[in-house]
Ligand binder design. Structure first.
Ligand code: IMP
Length: 182
């Protein structure tokens, strides 16, 4: 295990089994339709890459990148779109794919933004849900795991852009953020 991590929370095998299940549910819910997965960069990249291969209905995918405004000055959930979609989504069956839902602010902003573009539907899929830190309610249609309020990394999730490449999801050791700014 990496010395910056405290323990493994979810193994690669456990994640794989859950992603397969989510893919099956999506395939059955969207039978006869086409879906458009919208992955939120960078965290959802690995989850989306695995999920899309478990979906058997016609599927397209695209990515958006967003950045929250500084949390101290503006904690309104206002986010800046750094990378937008390539095409219009009018009439599409969208599934937003997130790595983790924490406060819910980013996701609610994105869902509202995408709904204003006249898609046929917008649903939300997240691998991890940290409900204890929620500031705004979010209706999650496809959820992998509910986790406690611990900072996790791996399988796309980062701390300062590091650890995304770990195949397992690990709890980051608090000593890593205690050293912050030193
Ligand atoms: P929120 O729901 O608007 O607070 O934002 C969710 C985003 O916060 C996620 O997409 C992650 O980028 C980040 N985040 C929240 N909790 C964690 C964590 O435990 N590890 C890594 N990133 C996290």
């Amino acid at each position: 295990m990496h010395p910056d991590c405290e323990r493994i929370l979810l193994t690669e095998e456990k994640i794989r089994a859950k992603v397969t299940k989510l893919g099956r549910r999506i395939s059955s819910d969207y039978a006869g339709k086409e879906v458009l997965l919208i992955g939120i960069l960078k965290g959802a990249l690995i989850f989306l890459a695995d999920l899309v291969r478990e979906i058997t209905v016609p599927t397209k995918f695209d990515f958006m990148a967003v950045s929250s405004y500084g949390s101290s000055s503006k904690s309104s959930g206002e986010v800046r779109i750094l990378k937008d979609l390539e095409y219009g989504v009018e009439g599409c069956n969208i599934i937003i794919v997130e790595d983790i839902i924490d406060t819910g602010l980013t996701l609610n902003y994105l869902a509202e933004n995408l709904r204003s573009r006249n898609p046929a539907s917008v649903k939300i899929c997240t691998l991890l849900d940290k409900p204890s830190r929620r500031l705004e309610p979010v209706e999650i249609d496809y959820k992998g795991f509910v986790i406690r309020d611990e900072f996790v990394v791996g399988y796309g999730l980062d701390y300062s852009d590091r650890y995304r490449n770990f195949p397992d999801i690990m709890v980051l050791s608090p000593k890593v953020y205690m050293n912050e700014g030193e």
